[in-house]
Ligand binder design. Structure first.
Ligand code: PSU
Ligand code: MN
Length: 309
């Protein structure tokens, strides 16, 4: 349901026009800018990702909350502001949106919050790097990202590079099965593990073309089955990190996090920064490449989805 007259939304003219004309659009999140990467590479990446979406036939709409307005499509100045402000901007998930609005505050939107705002605008495809999930030790801490429930209820397909091994991949997949989110891998049989191309876990379905992805999504919504399809897209071979090496780095980062008593929403940003530091920036390079790769696939799926009417 398009709702681009929603009084809380500020939709860039180019995005509005694409919505009105059933042209392909790809939503992009902003937590990845403020909390996922260091400045200035975060801003450079956000700009590059938008370019990648365009080169592959879709209009990008980076989503954030600025001064309490739900922004669908950002101006370069606004992307720069989010990147420069970094951790000073609130990481905003589902629970935070009403407070950012009522306080006229800024929020960098997570996967969950970006999905909500994209759905309000009527955007069907969303590209990111990684989603949240069940954290390691989540069976005790109950640290389960709000992204997972959002995927079960909000009608926006998400293209990501799989489940990062800072998370408990097996439990994350079990949770997604319980809440009815199909996990699909692109040109692969296994769910990729973000930095690495394989996780050892088989996905629910394999697809090999964007048109197959678009058809599955179209069927889901034609049937009135709410929620997302999670398309997992392995990082290109040449940028992938060796699973054993990166898993060792991740385990050490988690140990350090526990020692410092870091919890809740601060865990993911801490781990990403720590891993980038420990790999001498290698993980950051991989992270950027995989996001670009996902932006391309999301644009291709969006283009096919529009053709289905
Ligand atoms: N994974 C990444 N980079 C990120 C995130 C996850 O590789 O920036 C962000 C996304 O915005 C995701 C959020 O929605 O972290 C999940 O945070 P939490 O686990 O606190 O729900
Ligand atoms: Mn959490």
């Amino acid at each position: 349901m398009n709702n681009f007259n929603n009084q809380y939304l500020d939709i860039l003219p180019e995005v509005k026009e694409a919505l009105e004309n059933n042209q392909p659009l790809v939503a992009l999140e902003s937590t990845i800018i403020s909390h996922g990467m260091p400045y200035p590479r975060n801003v450079e990446t956000a700009v590059e990702v938008e370019r990648m979406v365009r080169e592959n036939g879709a209009i990008p709409a980076t989503i954030a909350i600025l001064g309490g307005r739900l922004k669908v499509g950002l101006k370069p100045k606004e992307i720069d502001h989010l990147g420069k402000s970094g951790l000073a901007v609130t990481k905003a998930s589902r629970r935070d949106i009403p407070f950012m609005v009522s306080r006229k505050a800024d929020g960098a939107t997570t996967v969950a919050a970006t999905m909500i705002i994209a759905a309000m605008a009527g955007i069907k495809l969303f590209a990111t790097g990684g989603i949240g999930g069940v954290h390691r030790g989540g069976e005790d801490s109950m640290d389960v990202s709000a992204d997972l429930d959002e995927l079960s209820r909000t009608n926006v397909a998400v293209v990501c590079a799989g489940i990062k091994s800072i998370l408990d991949i097996g439990r994350t997949l079990e949770y997604l099965e319980t809440v009815g989110v199909p996990v699909v891998s692109y040109q692969a049989d296994e769910v990729p593990a973000f930095y690495a191309r394989s996780s050892g876990f088989k996905s629910d379905y394999r697809i090999d073309t964007p048109i197959e992805a678009a058809k599955a999504l179209h069927s889901k919504y034609a049937l009135g089955i709410d929620g997302s399809i999670l398309f997992t897209n392995p990082v290109p071979e040449e940028y992938a990190l060796a699973p054993d090496d990166i898993n060792k780095t991740i385990s050490e980062a988690i140990e350090e996090m526990d020692k410092r008593g870091i919890k809740g929403k601060d865990t993911t940003p801490f781990l990403l920064a720590r891993i980038a530091e420990q790999t001498g920036g290698e993980s950051l390079d991989t992270n950027i490449k995989l996001v670009l790769n996902n932006a391309k696939l999301a644009a291709e799926i969006a283009a096919e989805y529009c053709k289905l009417g």
